[in-house]
Design a binder for this molecule. Structure first.
Ligand SMILES: [Ca+2]
Ligand SMILES: [Ca+2]
Ligand SMILES: [Ca+2]
Ligand SMILES: [Ca+2]
Length: 262
């Protein structure tokens, strides 16, 4: 997970003005109002203030006013009051980091015709899948036996939305979720095997190994075995502690909708 933290130190006295900059801080008005302009990509700004540029710096959220703010995509301008000296810390993360492999059903009774992988956007902003792919990994030799290019979806996953990559009988019965169809029997049945979500350059986003450890794909200890009519699901929905054994429980499949406690 890549996280970029930018620190912009501003020492602006009241009655001075500042112009737009790379952090989309649009104006510092003479009244002590700081305006963040509309932005197209979600970012979180923390604002700290100090009596002088030498500090000590105090986070607004720990003081009288709470100014830890997230500016939603396409929001209007947001104006906050600031004291005489302040600094702004902008923290941005790769949008794809909000995606998790949320549910996997790789094995069914008899022939496998209801396999699926559910991807969930845990974030508050839509995520473009152009640079993402799913890799199905063979536990025998850690080779990738199938790749699903998620750019073929052609539409972003909305905030708290789902993408289901599944067999015909699964995707045909889902309404309101984005889907990709894969042939029956596409997902190997383990001992062990795994699935990982990666970026274009191979950067790991999330992964699951089942029926045994699979370094480079699984996280922590492997998930339990998928038992026929059930599926492996993150419960609570979307929660990712980076330990497959902890995060995934067996429950009745819920392709395209939130996972529920059994
Ligand atoms: Ca299978
Ligand atoms: Ca199953
Ligand atoms: Ca993870
Ligand atoms: Ca689900």
């Amino acid at each position: 997970m890549m996280k970029i933290t930018l620190i912009l130190l501003l020492t602006v006295a009241i009655m001075q003005s500042a112009t737009a900059d790379e952090l989309s801080i649009e104006s510092f008005e003479g009244t002590g109002a700081l305006t963040f302009s509309t932005i197209t990509n979600g970012a979180k700004y923390s604002i700290e203030w100090a009596p002088s540029p030498a500090g000590p710096w105090t986070n607004f959220s720990a003081g009288a006013a709470s100014l830890d703010i997230i500016i939603p995509t396409n929001s209007g301008d947001i104006t906050v009051a600031v004291p005489m000296c302040y600094r702004v810390i902008a923290t941005t993360t790769n949008p794809e980091d909000a995606l998790v492999i949320n549910e996997v059903d790789y094995d069914q009774p008899s022939t496998d015709t209801q396999e699926f992988i559910e991807i969930y956007n845990t974030g508050n902003f839509a995520v473009d899948l152009t640079s993402c792919r799913l890799e199905f990994v063979n536990g025998h030799d850690a080779s990738v036996y199938r790749t699903i290019d998620l750019s073929t979806v052609g539409t972003p996953i909305p905030a708290h939305g789902f993408l289901v990559v599944g067999n015909t009988s699964v995707v045909n019965n889902i309404e309101g979720a984005i889907t990709i169809q894969i042939p029956d029997g596409s997902i190997q049945n383990g001992d062990p095997d795994g699935i990982r979500l990666v970026e274009e350059d191979g950067t790991f986003i999330d992964g699951i190994a089942y029926e045994g450890a699979l370094p480079g794909t699984g996280e922590g200890s492997p998930a339990a075995d998928d038992e026929d009519a059930l599926s492996l699901q993150r419960v609570p929905n979307g929660i990712d502690t980076d330990d497959n054994a902890t995060d995934f429980s067996l429950a009745t499949p819920t392709p395209g909708s939130s996972n529920t406690v059994p």
